[in-house]
Design a protein around this ligand. Structure first.
Ligand SMILES: O=C(O)c1cc(C(=O)O)c2c(n1)C(=O)C(=O)c1cc(C(=O)O)[nH]c1-2
Ligand SMILES: [Ca+2]
Length: 681
C-alpha cells in the first residue's frame, strides 16, 4: 500500500464489499459490526491462537474499536493516545500522545477513555479527552491540524467517542452531562479543520436568540430559568450512523443535566432533544426528524448506545430501519426515513415504564416506581443501563442482533437542593448512586447484577438465545459470516459463540476485563480478530467493578488472533488484596464521618468508587498504606501525586473537608478489614 489510510467516500460507502478492512467505527456506515470474512468459522474457531499482542502504555479503561486499512491498524488507549501497528505483525509503526493532562480525568464522569479514531484520505482523526479534535498524518503520526471543540471553559466537557467522517467532514460530539454541560455535535472540514456546522441538542440561554428552528422547537419543552444554567445535557458522546442513500446522519443524544427534572425543568416537559435519536443533514447540520425515547429523562437514560441500520422484512414489507438498545431497557426499531416507531419491547427487566404506547410512541411511565424525586427508588435499569456503550452487532444472515445486555439496578435518592458546583464536580440532583456501605446490603444489590449476551430477533422483538455472565460490563460484540459472534468478558476472557444457537466454541484468557468491541480483518489472505482489552470505564471506577478480593486487573493490551497463532501472554494471576499491616485508629465522630462521606462521594467517588468501593483501576482507598495516611493532605491538597493523575483539590476543598474525607476513608478501611476477617473465618 502506497498511501496509508487511503479511505474516501466511495470506499466507505461500499465498505461491506471490502471485508479485509475495517474502515469506520462500526465496520460500515450502517454500523452493523458484521464482517463477510468466513475463513474463521464454527468448525475451526477452536484453533484460534494469539498472533500478536501489544501492551499499551496506560493501564486504564480500553474502549477503542480499531480501524484497519490495507494492513495497518489505527487504535487508541486511555487518555486518547493513538497507536499505528502493522496489522499482520503487531509492529508499532508510530504512536501519538496528545498529552492530555493526566489530572484531567476529573473532568469526565467515567474515566479518560477513548473509543477510537476515524481515517480519511491519509489522515487519522482522534478526539482528545480534553476536547481537542486532532488530525494526524497517517504515515508519520505527526499532527496536521488541531481544533478546540469546547464552547465553555467554565464547564467540564470531554471527548470519549470516535469521530466519523461523512462527505469530507469529521463529525464529533462531546461528553459531560453528569457535570452540567450543554450538548452539541460539530462537523469540521477534514482537510483544514475549519468548522462546517454545529448542531445543539438542547436550548441555551433563553434571553438570547435560538441557534436554529430546531432549538426554537426544543425551547418550548423546557421550563423555568434553571435548565440552561445547569447545562441541560443531551451530550452526543458515542453513537452515530449514516445512510448514504437517504443522506441522513443519525446521532444518539444523551441524558438530561441535572438528572433531577424537579430542579432542572420544574418537574415537567419533554426537554428535547435529551434521550433521543435525531436525524440531521451531514452537509449542513440541519434538523430532519427526531424520536425521543425517554421524554423528560431523569434516570441518566442516554440514547447514545449503538445505532444500527438495516433493511428488515416486517409484515411482508422491507423496511429501512434504525435499531437501538438504549440504557432505558427497550429495544427500538424505527423507520429511518422519518423516525416513525415500528416497535419497542423490553430486552431486560424494566420498572420505570410499563410499555411503549404504539399510538403515541411514548413510554407509559410507572410513576410509582420511577419517580425518585420524592423519595428513594430502586431503578431497573439503573444509570448503568440495560446496555451501555459496548457496541452491539447485527448479523444479516441470522437476522439477530447481539447485545451486551446487563441487569444493573440502582437506588436513586433525591437531592432537590442541588445547585451549580463548579467544573469537574458531579451535578446530578441525586445523591451519587452509591452502593450501600454495609457489606451485606451491598451484596444484595450486587447479587442482582447479571451480564447477558443477548441474541435478539428485532422483527419478532424477542430473545432467541442468551448466555449469562456472573456480572455486568461485558464487552461489545462482532458477528461474522463464519457463523460466529465474538465477545470479551468482564472477568477476563475472549470468546466466540455460534451465531445461530449460542454454543460456546472458543475461549481464551485476556488477563484483564474486556469491554471494547472486537474487529476482524485480513492481510495476505489470512483472517485476524482483534480485541482491545483493559478494564475501566464507569462500572470499575465508580462502582467497584467486582468485589474487592476478586478484582480484575486493568492491564491494557491489543490482542490479535488467527488460526494456528502461537504467540503467548505472560502468566499474570489476579492480584490478591492484602490488608495493610496497620490502620489509623477510628476516632472521628459520626458527624465528621457523615460529612466526609458526602464530600467523598461528590468529589472522589466517580474515580475511586462511590462508598470507596474500588475496582482496582485507580488506587483502592480502603487499603491505604500507613505512608499514604501520613501524606493524605499533601496528596489531596498539595498535589503530591499529580504525576500519577491525582489532581490537587485545594481549589475546592478546605483542610477541614479533606480531614473529614480522610476520617471517612479510615472508617471504610476498618470496614474492609472487618469484612475480610469475617470472610476468612
Ligand atoms: O452524559 C454524558 O455526557 C456521558 C458521557 C460518558 C462518556 O463520555 O464516557 C458516559 C456517560 N454519560 C454515561 O452515562 C455512562 O454510563 C458512561 C459509561 C462510560 C464508560 O466509558 O464506561 N462513559 C459514559
Ligand atoms: Ca450520562
Amino acid at each position: 500500500a502506497s498511501t496509508p489510510a487511503a479511505v474516501d467516500a466511495e470506499r466507505l460507502q461500499s465498505a461491506a464489499q471490502e471485508p479485509a478492512n475495517w474502515m469506520t467505527h462500526g465496520g460500515t456506515y450502517q454500523e452493523q459490526r458484521f464482517s463477510r470474512l468466513d475463513q474463521i468459522d464454527q468448525d475451526n474457531v477452536d484453533e484460534l491462537g494469539l498472533a500478536w499482542s501489544y501492551r499499551l502504555d496506560i493501564d486504564r479503561g480500553v474502549e477503542a474499536t480499531p480501524i484497519v486499512v490495507d494492513g495497518v491498524m489505527y487504535t487508541t488507549g486511555a487518555f486518547s493516545v493513538v497507536y499505528a501497528f502493522d496489522a499482520k505483525t503487531g509492529e508499532l509503526l508510530w504512536k501519538y500522545d496528545p498529552e492530555v493532562a493526566r489530572t484531567a480525568a476529573r473532568d469526565g464522569c467515567c474515566g479518560p477513555v477513548n473509543r477510537g479514531v476515524a481515517v480519511w484520505k491519509g489522515k487519522v482523526f482522534v478526539g482528545a479527552f480534553d476536547g481537542r479534535l486532532i488530525a494526524l498524518d497517517a504515515d508519520t503520526g505527526n499532527e496536521v491540524w488541531s481544533v478546540n471543540t469546547l464552547i465553555d471553559e467554565e464547564r467540564s466537557q470531554t471527548i470519549t467517542g470516535a469521530p466519523r467522517v461523512v462527505k469530507g467532514r469529521v463529525i464529533i460530539g462531546n461528553g459531560g452531562a453528569e457535570m452540567g454541560v450543554r450538548g452539541y455535535i460539530t462537523a469540521y472540514d477534514a482537510d483544514t479543520g475549519k468548522q462546517a456546522w454545529r448542531f445543539f441538542t438542547v436550548p441555551g440561554d433563553p434571553s438570547k436568540p435560538a441557534e436554529s428552528e430546531a432549538m426554537e422547537m426544543a425551547r418550548k419543552t423546557w421550563f423555568g430559568d434553571k435548565y440552561w444554567k445547569q447545562g441541560g445535557g443531551g451530550t452526543v458522546w458515542d453513537s452515530m450512523a449514516y445512510d448514504p442513500e437517504l443522506d441522513l446522519l443519525y446521532i444518539g443524544v444523551g441524558n438530561a443535566s441535572l438528572w433531577n427534572r424537579q430542579v432542572r425543568s420544574e418537574g415537567k416537559g419533554d426537554n428535547l432533544f435529551v434521550a433521543s435519536i435525531v436525524a440531521i443533514r451531514p452537509e449542513t447540520g440541519e434538523y430532519v426528524w427526531h424520536y425521543q425515547q425517554t421524554p423528560g429523562d431523569q434516570w441518566d437514560f442516554t440514547s447514545t448506545q449503538t445505532i444500527t441500520l438495516a433493511d428488515l422484512k416486517i409484515d411482508g414489507k422491507t423496511r429501512q430501519v434504525l435499531m437501538q438498545a438504549p440504557k432505558n431497557g427497550f429495544y427500538y426499531v424505527l423507520d429511518r426515513t422519518n423516525g416513525e416507531l415500528i416497535s419497542a419491547e423490553k430486552y431486560v427487566p424494566v420498572t420505570w415504564a410499563k410499555r411503549i404506547d404504539m399510538k403515541t410512541g411514548r413510554p407509559v411511565v410507572d410513576l410509582d416506581k420511577a419517580d425518585w424525586t420524592k423519595g428513594p427508588k430502586l431503578m431497573m435499569p439503573g444509570p448503568l443501563g440495560g446496555h451501555n456503550w459496548m457496541p452491539m452487532s447485527f448479523n444479516p444472515q441470522t437476522g439477530l442482533v447481539y447485545i451486551p445486555a446487563q441487569i444493573a439496578p440502582a437506588l436513586l435518592e433525591p437531592d432537590n437542593e442541588a445547585t451549580w458546583q463548579g467544573r469537574g464536580t458531579l451535578q446530578l440532583g441525586t445523591k451519587p448512586p452509591a452502593l450501600p456501605e454495609d457489606a451485606e446490603a451491598r451484596a444484595q444489590v450486587v447479587d442482582m447484577y447479571r451480564g447477558k449476551l443477548l441474541a435478539w430477533d428485532p422483527v419478532a422483538q424477542r430473545e432467541v438465545w442468551s448466555q449469562d455472565y456472573p456480572t455486568i460490563w461485558n464487552g461489545g460484540t462482532l458477528s461474522t459470516a463464519g457463523g460466529l459472534v465474538f465477545q470479551g468478558t468482564a472477568n477476563g476472557e475472549v470468546r466466540a459463540y455460534a451465531a445461530d444457537d449460542g454454543e460456546l466454541l472458543w475461549r481464551s484468557p485476556a488477563n484483564t476485563g474486556v469491554m471494547a468491541g472486537p474487529v476482524t480483518y485480513a492481510v495476505d489472505g489470512e483472517q485476524y480478530v482483534t480485541f482491545m482489552v483493559g478494564w475501566g470505564g464507569i462500572f470499575p471506577t465508580g462502582f467497584g467493578g467486582l468485589a474487592d478480593n476478586t478484582r480484575v486487573e486493568p492491564r491494557a493490551r491489543v490482542l490479535t488472533y488467527k488460526l494456528g497463532g502461537t504467540a503467548t501472554l505472560p502468566d499474570e494471576p489476579k492480584r490478591k488484596l492484602t490488608i495493610a499491616a496497620s490502620i489509623p485508629p477510628l476516632d472521628a465522630d459520626e458527624k465528621t464521618i457523615a460529612k466526609g462521606r458526602d464530600l467523598f462521594n461528590m468529589h472522589c467517588g466517580a474515580c475511586h468508587g462511590f462508598s470507596a468501593y474500588s475496582g482496582g483501576v485507580v488506587p483502592n482507598l480502603r487499603n491505604m498504606a500507613p505512608q499514604t495516611h501520613n501524606d493524605f493532605l499533601h496528596i489531596v491538597a498539595g498535589g503530591a501525586l499529580i504525576g500519577n493523575g491525582m489532581p490537587s483539590f485545594a481549589d475546592r476543598l478546605s483542610k477541614d473537608q479533606i480531614n473529614a474525607i480522610h476520617q471517612y476513608l479510615i472508617k471504610r478501611q476498618h470496614d474492609l478489614a472487618d469484612e475480610m476477617s469475617a470472610n476468612d473465618s
